[in-house]
Design a protein around this ligand. Structure first.
Ligand SMILES: O=P(O)(O)OC[C@H]1O[C@H](OP(=O)(O)OP(=O)(O)O)[C@H](O)[C@@H]1O
Ligand SMILES: Nc1ncnc2[nH]cnc12
Length: 177
């Protein structure tokens, strides 16, 4: 459970950029949060709490902002880190999935041999918007033979109803906007 003080700390370091990357989208910029030592440390600690009781073996971070948050969460949990990347970036054999974003279309990939049988995965990202990215990631991780035990994001844009695409997995958001 996030305290009011922690919520205020995080919120005070997320800024709105209107009409970016296209008109009508208000972009939630987390770079002020990342550059603040207390804000960054608190974010990593709170995102990691979603793993409690789940015996997580791997943390998946989604390119690019999910890497910045997911790698320190993995370190914090003493778990491995698995990158889910935009298409064409991973060198070995991959599985891929395509989806729509608030501002476009994307394809993500994971290495087919990224997980050992029985691995228990925590998925980390910064923003849950329409839910397409996390939905595709859950499907890729499962197809690779691992179990998704939780999804933990910094913020959820509730008006885009991403959670409705994720009824089959526990999702926690530090901030609901
Ligand atoms: O819930 P959704 O509608 O799928 O949107 C959420 C995704 O959008 C952003 O990623 P983006 O593809 O912009 O990549 P970036 O992290 O490289 O900026 C964000 O970091 C999430 O991964
Ligand atoms: N409005 C938004 N701000 C930041 N990241 C996003 N990803 C999808 N929608 C976003």
């Amino acid at each position: 459970m996030i305290s009011q003080a922690d919520r205020d700390l995080l919120l005070s370091h997320v800024r709105d950029i209107p009409d970016w990357p296209q008109p009508g989208v208000t972009f939630k910029d987390i770079t002020p949060l990342l550059r603040d030592p207390a804000g960054f440390a608190t974010t990593v600690r709170l995102l990691s709490e979603a793993a409690v009781g789940h015996d997580v073996t791997s943390v998946v971070g989604i390119e690019a902002r999910g890497f910045i948050l997911g790698a320190p969460v993995a370190y914090h949990l003493d778990a491995g880190f698995v990158p889910v990347r935009k298409e064409g970036k991973l060198p070995a054999e991959t599985s891929s999935a395509s989806y729509a974003l608030e501002y476009g279309q994307a394809t993500i990939e994971v290495h087919r041999d990224a997980f050992m049988p029985g691995e228990r995965v925590l998925i980390i990202d910064d923003v849950l918007a329409t839910g397409g990215t996390v939905r595709a990631t859950v499907d890729l991780v499962r197809a690779a033979g691992a179990e998704v035990v939780a999804v933990s994001v910094l913020m959820e844009l509730g008006f885009l109803r991403g959670r409705e695409k994720l009824a089959d997995v526990p999702v926690s958001a530090l901030l609901s906007l």
